[in-house]
Design a protein around this ligand. Structure first.
Ligand SMILES: [Zn+2]
Ligand SMILES: [Zn+2]
Length: 137
């Protein structure tokens, strides 16, 4: 059994994992209730800032940002709220990266696979030869 201290209320609880790693089931339930309140709030208050939401819904800005990164909270296009793209710092409404960075990252991933399958590529041959050489050592 894995018993831990809850970050929210300080009580001991049985750790079961999940997305709210440091909270007891009670605090998780309370947080989920907050989430619903916040969601309703931003649907009705498109122009609310992060601080306003935090104050009116009694939720920390850090928690709000976490929900945004997890793409659970999404702000209207006319909302002043934005968080920086983790790659280039451009303001985005939810998630971790802007559209451009998402595409770049997807392409990088794609070309990595392409190199593996392009048998006729000279650079690829030499790198494979080098790998064979390393294997022999
Ligand atoms: Zn707790
Ligand atoms: Zn970006």
């Amino acid at each position: 059994m894995d018993v831990r201290n809850c970050r929210g209320c300080g009580r001991l609880y049985n750790y079961i994992g999940g997305s709210y790693r440091n909270l007891c089931p009670d605090c998780v339930r309370k947080l989920e209730e907050k989430f619903d309140i916040v969601k309703d709030y931003i649907e009705e208050n498109h122009s609310a800032t992060m601080n306003q939401i935090s104050e009116d819904c009694d939720v920390s800005v850090r928690q709000l940002e976490k929900w945004v990164r997890e793409e659970r909270l999404c702000f209207a296009d006319d909302s002043p709220i934005g968080i920086p793209c983790e790659n280039c710092g451009k303001t985005i409404k939810s998630g971790r990266y802007c559209e451009a960075c998402k595409n770049t990252l997807a392409n990088q991933l794609g070309s990595m696979y392409a190199i593996n399958y392009e048998e006729d590529d000279e650079k690829d041959k030499s790198s494979r030869a080098r790998m064979r050489y390393l294997d022999r050592k």
